[in-house]
Write a protein that binds this ligand. Structure first.
Ligand code: ADP
Ligand code: MG
Length: 348
């Protein structure tokens, strides 16, 4: 056991990933069934011919969600969806979830039932079963912790670390919508709090708001990849923004990357809303968050096959030089990628 460090350190000196690294740096795994512990979207361990995968996420009221504009049913659905996204990001099939909640006495049973109606809806939608959990009271607010358990064949599991030089970088769906959906909800909240009689005008923002409130994990993409016999070399889900996730793939795979602004998938409503906020639309795409799309790499010779899958864009390629991680802007300028992420409650 390392000697205890008595110097007082502030969490803000570390950042989220720095803190996790610091707290876990002395772990030495002893169990030979364990294939991957900390450091990917899910942990992986073997049992017999099959691999089990496990991932967990904690959602805290006032940090990850605001009940003023989050319907409880949506919250339940989203809490399950974000965990399943981490299992799909390993190219595995989610099977079971457990749910732990801590609830303050300001919530009625009806409200908790609403939360569970969303949880059950997501379970049904994605074919997973609720097999346990824990319930506690809380002094303030609502806490939801979900753990998802999935399965895959050992040879099918895809890690963040497997990208190869010249692999194509692909992304599913479109990016930046959830971030702007949240900005709209925050703006309408301020208007509503100032004057309760004003009804929010949300109709023309329905797509981006739904992307924030009710994300769908990309089960369909995992199925399409299987159908076209494409095994990604690396994969991660996009929860903290494309830039941050690209940096994870690069550092775990020991490579650099180049992605092209003109190839970034963006929905019209995202584009128009970014302009309305006087934001360069590339900013929410690169550094927004909560997209829950899949970012993955494939060998160059799978290009024709990947182009057959709808809703997948090729946005760049992996490079040998790990110091070179660039977004190539429309005017040709190379912009270094930075992990800005967004503040959705992670330890800053
Ligand atoms: P994701 O964004 O895919 O959910 P995270 O960034 O939350 O992943 O976590 C990165 C890795 O760190 C994961 O392997 C996760 O299990 C691990 N991790 C996160 N928090 C802790 C913690 N408090 N103690 C140990 N491991 C942690
Ligand atoms: Mg993830």
């Amino acid at each position: 056991m390392a000697e205890k460090n008595t110097k007082i350190r502030q969490i803000s000196d570390f950042g989220e990933f720095g803190l996790i690294d610091y707290l876990t740096k002395d772990i030495k795994y002893k169990n030979s069934e364990l294939i991957k512990g900390i450091g990917d979207d899910a942990a992986v361990f073997e049992s017999g011919d099959i691999c089990n995968l496990i991932t967990t996420d904690l959602l805290v009221e006032g940090i990850h969600f605001d009940l003023i504009y989050t319907p409880l049913k949506h919250l339940g659905y989203k809490a399950v969806a974000v965990n399943l996204s981490d299992i799909y990001a390993m190219n595995a099939i989610p099977k079971y979830i457990t749910i732990s909640i801590a609830v303050s006495n300001k919530f009625s049973v009806n409200v908790i039932e609403e939360l569970y109606s969303g949880i059950y809806l997501a379970c049904e939608q994605y074919g997973v079963e609720l097999i346990g959990g824990d319930t506690s009271s809380s002094l303030s607010g609502l806490f939801i912790n979900i753990t998802a358990i999935g399965q895959a064949k050992k040879e099918d599991v895809v890690y963040r670390s497997g990208a190869k030089k010249n692999d194509l970088i692909c992304v599913s769906g479109d990016l930046g919508a959830a971030y702007l959906g949240l900005q709209i909800l925050e703006r309408e909240k301020k208007v509503f709090l100032a004057d309760n009689d004003v009804q929010p005008e949300l109709d023309k923002f329905n797509y981006i708001i739904e992307r924030f409130l009710k994300p769908e994990p990309r089960k369909d993409i995992i199925e399409s990849l299987k159908k076209y016999k494409i095994l990604p070399t690396s994969m991660i889900d996009i929860s903290d923004g494309l830039s941050s996730e690209l940096l994870h793939i690069c550092s775990k795979s020991n490579l650099g990357c180049k992605v092209f602004e003109e190839k970034l998938p963006i929905h019209d409503q995202t584009f128009l809303t970014a302009e309305m906020f006087n934001l360069d639309p590339a900013i929410p795409v690169m550094n927004g968050g909560e997209d829950y799309e899949l970012l993955f790499t494939i060998p160059l010779d799978k290009k024709d096959e990947i182009e057959k899958i709808p809703n997948v864009a090729i946005i760049g390629f992996m490079t040998e030089n790990k110091d070179e991680k660039f977004l190539i802007a429309k005017n040709g300028v190379e912009i270094p990628l930075i992990a800005q992420g967004w503040n959705h409650g992670e330890v800053e």
